[in-house]
Structures are given as C-alpha cells and as structure tokens.
Design a protein around this ligand. Structure first.
Ligand code: G3P
Ligand code: MG
Length: 249
C-alpha cells in the first residue's frame, strides 16, 4: 500500500480551464485560478531543440495557426505561432508557453499542479529527463510538490528513479487487469483513470489498495457528483467553476 503524503484536491483544471480559454496557455491557467481552481493539469513535451514547453497533441494543427509535427520544430519556431486565436479573437497572441513560464505563473498565483509528461513519438526518455531536471531547478522547494503523471510507462519509470520524492500518477486509458502491478512497480501515489472506464467496483478496488484516485475529463456536474460519491478523490475538468459548484474544493 502506498504511503501517500499528497493532499489531493477535488477539482483540477484540465489544461487550465480548457472550456473557456485556449488549453495549455498562460491565459488558461489564469482563467482556472479565476474560476476558483487550486490545481491545474498541463501537458509537457520537448521541441526539436530540447526545450520543455506545453502542448497536448503530437502536432500543432488543432491548437495553433500553423501545421506540422511538434517534434520537428525548434522552440523559436513554435514561439512565433498564435496558440490562442483558434479559441477566440480575445486570445490572439497567446503562446505555447515554456515550462519555465508556466512554473513562474504557478508560483506567483499559488497554483498547485499536475505535470503530465506527454512526449512526442520516440522522445519519452529525453522528455522525462529534461522536464524533470528543469522542474528540480525551477520549482521552489518551499512550495507544495507537484504530481507527475504519464500514460507512458518509460516516463514514469524515469520519474520514479530520477525524482523519487515527487508523487507519481499512473495514467490509464482503459482498465488493464494488471493495473495494481503497474502502480506498485512505479511506486505510484495516484491512479488517474478515464471517466468512461470508471465503475463503482473499480473505484472501490483502487481505494481499497490505498491509492489516490483521479478521473479525467469530467465536465458534467451530475457525473462529477456521482464519481465523488463513489469515492473518487478528484476530477480533472475543463470547467472548474461548474464542477467546484457541484463537488466543492
Ligand atoms: O491527465 C489527465 C488527462 O489530461 C489525460 O488525458 O489526453 O487530456 O492529456 P489528456
Ligand atoms: Mg493531459
């Protein structure tokens, strides 16, 4: 059974407050804070020149004014793109932020966070090493520790070995029969499961094994309430204010 020291929130702003603002931008994190979120989640990966920055997809097509594979572009090439206008003209000029910029905002705004290691294809090892190294240098030791998560087992193994003091979340898409073996091997603190895979039985099983349990991504208030009633600790949501109103902090 894991020795959990992490105090989990009921609500985590997914990619900031992705329903109201362009995901994984500073504007989105400010909006999550404005809506009352104490925690945010974001996706971190590497540019071609190994700079840690925030983006969900493998390519930039959906969330910027350009197209192409993120892993093929340097950060200087990414930096000039508009990552806000696709979500509304009021967000024109938002950038894909550097990890360093996001961390500075979180420190200033007293936001806690879940950093999801989201490597471009073939870049798992470097992504975990470089992102965790930056985090160690940039995140103030006096601040609460972030939760590190990933769908990519190699990233979590590196996190376990390189930054054992940071709590880890095993991200799962389906319901693998060996989920407990995976969590134990990674010395995970939380298991972060997909809403559509969540059942009362599996929730009870994960909690009985002593893990924190987070569910992504829930934007419906009644569903969030149901999950909390089943025993889920916290919810990733694009709409922090709506879910906070339903389940509280
Ligand atoms: O970390 C929770 C959630 O963000 C995982 O899925 O695809 O939104 O990164 P995704
Ligand atoms: Mg994510």
């Amino acid at each position: 059974m894991p020795k959990r020291t992490l105090s989990l929130p009921r609500v985590i702003g997914h990619r900031g407050a992705a329903e109201a603002a362009p995901e994984n931008t500073l504007a989105s994190f400010r909006e999550a804070k404005r809506q009352g979120a104490a925690w945010v989640e974001f996706d971190a990966k590497l540019s071609a020149d190994n700079r840690a920055f925030l983006l969900h997809d493998d390519n930039i097509d959906r969330t910027s004014n350009a197209a192409g594979a993120a892993r093929a572009l340097t950060y200087d090439e990414l930096r000039v793109l508009d990552a806000g206008s696709w979500r509304g003209p009021q967000f024109a000029g938002e950038k894909m932020p550097l990890l360093a910029e996001a961390l500075a905002l979180f420190a200033q705004e007293d936001l806690q966070f879940n950093l999801e290691l989201k490597p471009c294809p073939g870049r798992a090892r470097d992504t975990a090493k470089i992102v965790l190294d930056e985090l160690a240098h940039l995140w103030p030791a006096a601040k609460p520790k972030p939760l590190i998560s990933s769908f990519v087992l190699e990233c979590l193994e590196i996190a376990r070995d390189q930054a054992p003091e940071l709590p880890r979340g095993l991200l799962l898409e389906d319901h693998p029969v060996n989920w407990l073996d995976l969590a134990q091997n990674l010395k995970a603190d939380t298991v972060n499961i997909w809403d559509q895979a969540a059942t009362p039985e599996w929730v009870a099983e994960i909690k009985a094994e002593g893990y924190g349990l987070l569910v992504y991504t829930v934007n419906d208030a009644a569903r969030a309430r149901q999950l909390i009633d089943w025993g889920v600790d916290g919810i990733f949501t694009d709409a922090p204010a709506r879910i906070l109103a339903a389940v509280g902090q």
